[in-house]
Ligand binder design. Structure first.
Ligand SMILES: *[C@@H]1O[C@H](CO)[C@@H](O)[C@H](O)[C@H]1NC(C)=O
Ligand SMILES: *[C@@H]1O[C@H](CO)[C@@H](O)[C@H](O)[C@H]1NC(C)=O
Ligand SMILES: *[C@@H]1O[C@H](CO)[C@@H](O)[C@H](O)[C@H]1NC(C)=O
Ligand SMILES: *[C@@H]1O[C@H](CO)[C@@H](O)[C@H](O)[C@H]1NC(C)=O
Ligand SMILES: *[C@@H]1O[C@H](CO)[C@@H](O)[C@H](O)[C@H]1NC(C)=O
Length: 497
């Protein structure tokens, strides 16, 4: 009985829906046909109707960049034709300023860029001079128009911390962009117009190459450069304006900027981790964690061995005996060393070790990342580009771009306390079956691009991701400071009355 009475309303709703759908289809056809007379460009309309992917821009601190119709319609058309799968999620509006599809050279317009960056013209000894580059008299920067002729960063282990180099090159070339490159950060010549002031000091290279003290009573080049940098920055009006808060300093090697860090810590720092910084000097509120430059070669997507082709279950490469947080490595080593599916290799990967590690990781299902003497290491990024699912055993680790990347989609996190329980780790990894592993592997292949440093930079690569992270950090710092200031004005008024 009750069934019959409910029949009528549901049938009625069905008809109403049918009519609604009919009207919707009719109106969209109508819109397309008459769009040539409308004030909205036809391409924009087509975009709205054909696909809604263009509305997936993540929130941005610059309002003007979210407004679609200010863009040339050609760009929009291209985007509808070729949506980049993984990019839509993370790399946001920075792509809109560029004209990828067309084979014309386009200079990035600062007003359309995500981030306007002022860069000091520090003398070459602070940057490319450290690479052995010598320009002509009074020449501060190398020519960067021809990527094959820019000064090279030394290879080997130095390369892990080369972030300073890639960011500087990207800025240098940002005013002469060619087609296909993102308009994310653009160099401006007037510091009052900049969102952030970039300090082009190659601090990691300076630490790696110039820490030796030359003679009796002398200081190292590394220390001398830092002392001079502090004096230079403290004397600049740009620094005084905000006490350094609007400055961006790259200090990726955990020991870089050791002498100057306490004096320059008000700046936004680009770091590998916070392991060797007291929390007052560096923290996730103001600073940025950047990935290491991986040392092993990236496996091309199509050639990545799948579940069945990876014969080793777990791979670990690194030093076993470490100070500080690294004691867990020893414990794990003794727990796992006799297991048949587990592969340990010792020592850091220099020289020939790189090929060996690359081989080992690409033939393993899981790669261990155990806290060493610092919470982070390049091993995680080597694992990612080998598409070997990272197993992260490092309670204090901070991960790059974690505000836009969900690492649990492609990594396994294990608390250190659990990892050292007998049998825990292998049980856990054995329980992750082919299907689940393959999901992580597919995701790894999608996100590998975000960990590539390259010149020229490409949409969604590490250089691009760092600039976007800087933009988001500026935005969240502004948010916090505005909140703090809520009552200041009224308090002042009350006092003066
Ligand atoms: C369109 O948007 C909806 C949510 O609003 C989403 O579920 C769907 O996947 C989108 N379609 C495309 C083609 O992006
Ligand atoms: C619409 O978006 C989907 C998913 O984002 C994509 O696969 C499809 O090719 C797009 N269609 C057009 C016409 O751009
Ligand atoms: C280099 O700069 C100095 C001081 O600005 C100037 O006197 C000199 O002429 C410049 N030399 C060249 C080759 O441009
Ligand atoms: C730099 O920009 C500020 C603010 O836009 C302006 O007042 C100033 O005149 C500019 N300086 C130069 C040298 O163009
Ligand atoms: C506003 O007041 C708060 C706390 O009272 C203080 O921390 C902040 O620095 C003040 N801001 C300015 C711009 O004076």
């Amino acid at each position: 009985m009750s069934e019959k009475s409910s029949m009528l309303p549901s049938r009625f709703i069905f008809y109403v829906m049918l009519i609604c759908m009919f009207l919707l289809v009719l109106s969209s056809i109508f819109l397309v046909q008459f769009s040539s007379h409308s004030f909205i460009p036809r391409s924009v309309l087509e975009l709205i109707i054909v696909n809604n992917s263009s509305f997936y821009f993540t929130p941005n601190f610059k309002k003007e960049q979210i407004i679609l119709p200010t863009l040339p319609s050609e760009d929009l058309k291209f985007q509808t034709l070729k949506p980049r799968e993984s990019d839509w999620k993370v790399s946001d509006s920075s792509e809109k300023g560029m004209s990828v599809g067309k084979q014309v050279n386009v200079v990035c317009d600062p007003t359309k860029a995500l981030l306007k960056v002022f860069m000091y013209d520090l003398p070459p000894e602070f940057h490319f001079g450290l690479l052995g580059w010598k320009g002509s008299v009074n020449q501060t920067w190398p020519e960067v128009d021809n990527p094959s002729r820019v000064p090279r960063y030394p290879g080997g282990l130095n390369l892990q911390h080369s972030i300073e180099y890639w960011l500087t090159l990207d800025l240098l070339s940002s005013n002469t962009k060619k087609h296909g490159q993102p308009c994310t950060a653009v160099r401006v010549r007037n510091s009052s117009q900049a969102d952030i002031i970039f300090v082009p000091f190659f601090s990691s290279l300076s630490y790696n190459r110039h820490s030796k003290i030359q003679g009796e009573g002398q200081v190292s080049v590394n220390k001398m450069l830092q002392d001079r940098l502090v004096i230079f920055l403290k004397g600049r009006k740009e620094w005084k304006r905000s006490g350094g808060k609007n400055h961006l300093i790259v200090a990726h090697h955990p020991n870089s900027l050791l002498d100057a860090r306490s004096k320059l810590a008000s700046a936004m720092l680009v770091l590998a981790d916070f392991g060797r910084y007291p929390v007052e000097l560096a923290n996730i509120k103001k600073d940025i964690i950047a990935p290491y430059r991986h040392l092993v070669a990236t496996i091309p997507r199509g050639e990545s061995p799948s579940y069945g082709e990876r014969s080793t279950l777990v791979y670990f490469q690194g030093a076993i005996y470490r100070k500080d947080g690294g004691v867990i490595r020893q414990e794990l080593y003794y727990l796992l060393k006799d297991e048949k599916d587990v592969h340990f290799t010792f020592g850091s990967i220099g020289g020939n070790g790189v090929n060996q590690a690359s081989q080992g990781m690409s033939m393993s299902k899981f790669c261990l990342n155990i806290a060493g003497d610092t919470p982070s290491s390049n091993r995680l990024f080597d694992a990612i580009v080998s598409h070997c699912v990272p197993v992260i055993i490092s309670d204090e680790i901070e991960l790059p771009f974690e505000d836009v990347l969900d690492y649990s989609e492609f990594s396994v996190f294990v608390r250190a306390a659990d990892a050292v329980k007998k049998g825990y780790l292998l049980n856990l990894l054995h329980s992750i079956k082919r299907e689940e592993w393959t999901k992580m592997w597919e995701r790894l292949k999608e996100i590998t691009n975000h960990f590539e440093y390259q010149y020229p930079s490409q949409p969604g690569d590490a250089v691009n991701m760092i600039w976007q992270e800087v933009a988001r950090k500026i935005s969240s710092m502004q948010f916090n400071s505005h909140r703090k200031n809520r009552y200041n004005r009224s308090q002042l008024l009350v006092k003066s009355n």
